[in-house]
Design a protein around this ligand. Sequence first.
Ligand code: PHE
Length: 437
Amino acid sequence: MKNFLLATSLIFSILLSSACVDKGANSGNTSTGGDTGNIKVGVYVDLTGQTSSFGQSTKNGIQLAVDEINAAGGVSGRKIALVIEDDQGRTEQAKTVVEKLIKQDKVVAVLGEVASSNTLAAAPVAQEAKIPMITPSSTNPKVTQVGDHIFRVCFLDDFQGSSIAKFAANELKGKTAAILGDVNSDYSKGLTEFFEKEFTKLGGRVVAKEAYTQTDPDFKGQLTKIRNLNPDVLYIPGYYGQVGIIAKQARELGMNMPLLGGDGWDSPELWSLGGDALKNSYITNHYSADDPNPVIQNFVKSYKAKFNNVAPDSLAALAYDSAKVLADAIKRAGGTDSAKLREAINATKDFAGVTGTISINAERNAVKPAVVLEVSPATKQLLPKTTIYPEGMTAPTGSTLNSNTTMNTNAMSNANTMNSNMTNSNSNTNSTMNVNK
Ligand code: PHE
């Protein structure tokens, strides 16, 4: 009986999720892994649930890329057909829909998920089936360690966490920090660890580490404890749904210190949730839609034209890049044979993406700079402050993202030659700061 119930509910959920198949893109020729006909690519994201703007933006970014590719004749004359599944932001559902995409739809590759915990739940399915998966935006280091078929086109949380710790210590001159993190999220747990490590290394002290879960309605207990310790900065490595409310409650409690976060804050919904409480906040992110770089501005223009004039967040940009990287690999692989396709994705080098140049390294990760953005609730913008480059990477010549505020972490470790020429774009005095003080 139990098995029967399980089987029925599985069939039911497959039927339900099948309803999400993008009928438009998927109509016509249904050929998949062969050498002719449409190329089926699976997408799994959270189109509903707690962080659904992640899924919506990701779906849009992928759709834009695929529409452009198909309008230009497809990949080696074959069109890409997307099969899109909603996993509701739940780990078990992520696993179930990826099973369906691979076994039932026979997709040649999978794009997704966003939240690291969801990708970590589903990646073993793709790895086992030897179907390449590219996550546009899951940043936890463990994701690509699942196996040699799992790739990503974004930076990792060790870099993201240490970048904001450097910003806190060097630019904000913070000596003490508190962290309020999501105890059920691999993403949040990773960032907590990486922030603390770097902040401590730079001479700072983490005076409190408090935890919440995504179902908590109220954060005042944790915030009151933190307030009593009066830290210079408060790091909240979570997702926008809770962050907005935490920011409001913190300000209500009279906590006026800078709030720091990561890419998980990035959502068009952040503004209505956090409002003015988000003033004096800074986050690390993958790109800024306000970067004047023409590559970015062209993308922003096409995206806005297609999606109701909404500016693409970093998820949309990363998703767009992930689909383009996949298409490029299918072209180089000369088809969709999974072993050849895996090799081709693995060999991705100097791919010019919207979020920067993408080269896949030996660990199947992309090594890319991070941007520190100032949260501006008044204009509902994330304004570029600083670009932080990973060790060994320097700012490209002619780089347009606040070129006077680039900070090279490699140079930072070299105290004698350090002169970062960091300008605080927000200060009226236009003062230049030495980040190594
Ligand atoms: N990096 C987040 C994670 O791994 C997901 C995310 C990426 C959220 C970009 C927003 C923007 O969980």
